[in-house]
Design a binder for this molecule. Structure first.
Ligand code: P6P
Length: 338
């Protein structure tokens, strides 16, 4: 049997060999990975676990909360409170930041997460996932209470990012800033096994992901790009394209990390005051770090997402992400239309 590398061994060797992984960051990743195993177990129960369906409550986004949204959020909070590695947490499901209770020691990292992305797919058994982003607390924050403003750092400040995808396999995809690796959950042993070393996105693709029902609301550069894809061999692109839309960002991004592709959730005229639907801090930023680390590209149509300076914790952003040459093309179309 091939020698299998566990997540723990991968992290220990990275810490020992490259000294690129501080002990507290290694602990953080191991704790988050353990929480994702717990979430995977809850998700996999489905109707058998009485975890399906919605609650009467709405989250800060004004979206009806699913039972599993709240369960997943609680799992991540409880798993990360006591370890001494975090200064605070922030979640899509919580309006304000979550401070570490005084009974526990505090660390130097800030953890942000979308505990269960793609919630609309939960009740219909389509892949969903957990997205997480890790920042360092500002050096001047030691000795004082962490504030929301301490989280408002551009995505290029992230020290780690990743997601777990709860699909036919449960996988953990991770970067600590030197490439992207993937681990598959061995349910019999309960361990994460390294199965994808050095994930790299092809620069070109024939596959685009966008919610086509919004076509009449798109800005001209997006319409231009998608029309060219639809024209296929008969048009300027000279090749046919395929389309996918799972409506779980984790799943659509995982696919393009595995085989290339471009994912777009752009600004549209339905709510013109919103830059887009997806959230910058705990969806677009972690995914952009992963994609750039895998030789892809991520912009808001005009600028690199990782350089967007956040103004609030739950702000939204337009997202164009994936195979470098396709994202560059869409971004060029936006600049030409200015
Ligand atoms: P739509 C899920 O709710 C999510 O935030 C992303 O995971 C996904 O890409 C997007 O929204 C789907 O949005 O408008 O197609 O339902």
């Amino acid at each position: 049997m091939n020698k299998r590398t566990s997540l723990t061994q991968y992290l220990v060797e990275k810490q020992r060999n490259d000294n690129a992984l501080p002990a507290e960051l290694r602990l953080l990743i191991e704790i988050v990975s353990r929480a994702c195993k717990t979430i995977s177990h809850a998700v996999s129960k489905g109707a058998l676990g009485e975890v399906l369906g919605s609650l009467e409550t709405e989250n800060v986004q004004g979206e009806v909360q699913k039972k599993l949204d709240v369960i997943s959020n609680s799992v991540l909070l409880e798993a990360n409170e006591w370890g001494g590695h975090l200064a605070a947490m922030a979640s899509e499901e919580m309006e304000t930041i979550h401070l570490i209770p005084n009974r526990y020691p505090k660390g130097e990292y800030l953890l942000l997460f979308d505990p269960l992305d793609g919630s609309s797919n939960i009740d219909v058994n389509v892949s969903i996932g957990t997205i997480f982003s890790v920042l360092k607390a500002p050096t001047d924050s030691s000795g004082r209470e962490i504030a929301e403003s301490d989280f408002l750092q551009a995505g290029c400040s992230q020290v780690a990012a990743g997601y777990a995808i709860y699909g036919p396999q449960t996988m953990l995809v991770l970067t600590v800033g030197d490439g992207v690796v993937g681990f598959t959950l061995d349910r019999e042993m309960g361990s994460w096994v390294l199965t994808h070393n050095n994930i790299t996105i092809p620069a070109d693709t024939k596959e685009f992901a966008i919610n086509m029902s919004n076509m009449r609301h798109w800005a001209p550069p997006v319409k231009r790009y998608v029309d060219e894809c639809l024209a296929g061999k008969t048009g300027t692109r000279g090749k046919d394209f395929n389309m996918r839309w799972v409506a779980s960002m984790v799943t659509d991004i995982h696919r393009l990390l595995m085989r290339g592709g471009i994912f777009l959730y752009p600004w549209d005229a339905r709510e013109p005051n919103k830059p887009g639907k997806l959230r910058l801090m705990y969806e677009a930023n972690p995914m952009s770090m992963l994609v750039e680390q895998a030789s892809g590209m991520a912009t808001n149509g005009y600028d690199r997402i990782l350089e967007v300076k956040p103004s609030n914790l739950h702000e939204r952003v337009s997202v164009v992400i994936g195979s470098k040459n396709e994202v560059a093309r869409v971004t060029q179309y936006h600049h030409e239309a200015k």
